[in-house]
Design a protein around this ligand. Structure first.
Ligand SMILES: Nc1ncnc2c1ncn2[C@@H]1O[C@H](COP(=O)(O)OP(=O)(O)OP(=O)(O)O)[C@@H](O)[C@H]1O
Length: 271
């Protein structure tokens, strides 16, 4: 991990809120600059969806003298997931905590990540063994912070509050919250509808209450699911979508956060 400058965990309280989709697009967006070395690590051991979303289903990890090699989507974008170790994407991984912890430790310690600017870690929903293992194994290696993904509904916000409490308990800095599936603009009449109307003001009010940055809102766009199913970057597939603009502005805010919080040993260059 000494060769990895910035480490970002992506968390969500609930499943299905778009966390893996966001992690994938954060990696795609950062890697658009070919001088930036990016890796995406999927530690959702029991439900790895990153290989599919990144268009790498069926790929296998290679073992080299210096450890496991990530699967490369681009020269500057590597991906690692338990999905690459399964013989079929339909195989179930039924492991207890210690085995999952061992796998995460191996991912963080034994993968030949090389020199990386960013390591994005996509986690399972909630706060479970996987999160504790990641935080524990990365403890001495400076984690920049966590990005929390939620939808506007109260059920999701309630669980994200638990994630915030988790981050505070384990002293994991919070980069900010992404409100995903936040409104839908009809492509025909351009009228905006709230598909999941928040009853308590949504992520914005929660962020104000808890003094956490709201990084942005990503609207619903049915084309996102299609891009992910095809394993393609939505940022490239639909550059005109309001969701792409939202992703890009959030990615920029995360980049700025990392620049302001340089890895230990590095010094801030005055702008
Ligand atoms: N802004 C969006 N607009 C439309 N569809 C979206 C959006 N964000 C995500 N999706 C779709 O929602 C579904 C769930 O997304 P995803 O798998 O990323 O959720 P998740 O939070 O990682 O779930 P889990 O933790 O259970 O794996 C996917 O089909 C994805 O394509």
């Amino acid at each position: 991990m000494k060769t990895v400058k910035h480490k970002i965990l992506v968390l969500s309280g609930k499943g299905g809120v778009g966390k893996s989709t966001f992690s994938a697009h954060l990696a795609h967006g950062l890697a658009e600059d070919e001088n930036t070395q990016v890796a995406l690590l999927d530690i959702d051991i029991c439900g790895p969806s990153i290989p599919k979303i990144m268009g790498l289903e069926g790929e296998q990890v290679h073992q080299s003298g210096s450890g496991w090699s990530p699967v490369f989507l681009e020269d500057n974008l590597g991906v690692m997931s338990v999905g690459f170790l399964l013989s079929s994407p339909d195989d179930a991984v039924i492991w207890r905590g210690p085995k999952k912890n061992g796998m995460i430790k191996q991912f963080l310690r034994d993968v030949d990540w090389g020199e990386l600017d960013y390591l994005i870690v996509d986690t399972p929903p909630g706060t479970s063994d996987e999160h504790l293992s990641a935080v524990q194994y990365l403890a001495g290696a400076h984690i920049d912070g966590a990005v929390l993904v939620t939808t506007p509904q109260e059920v999701s916000l309630q669980d994200v509050r638990k994630e915030i409490s988790f981050c505070r308990k384990v002293k994991l800095p919070i980069i900010g919250v992404v409100e995903n599936m936040s409104g839908f603009v009809c492509p025909r009449c351009r009228k905006e509808s709230q598909i999941f109307p928040p009853t308590t003001g949504g992520a914005e009010v929660m962020c104000q209450d808890l003094k956490i940055p709201l990084l942005g809102r990503v609207p619903l766009d049915p084309r996102i699911g299609k891009s992910c199913d095809k394993g393609q970057s939505f940022l490239v597939e639909a550059p005109d979508s309001p969701a792409t603009s939202a992703y890009r502005s959030i990615i920029q805010r995360i980049r700025e956060f990392c620049d302001l919080h340089p890895p230990e040993g590095a010094s801030l260059v005055p702008s």
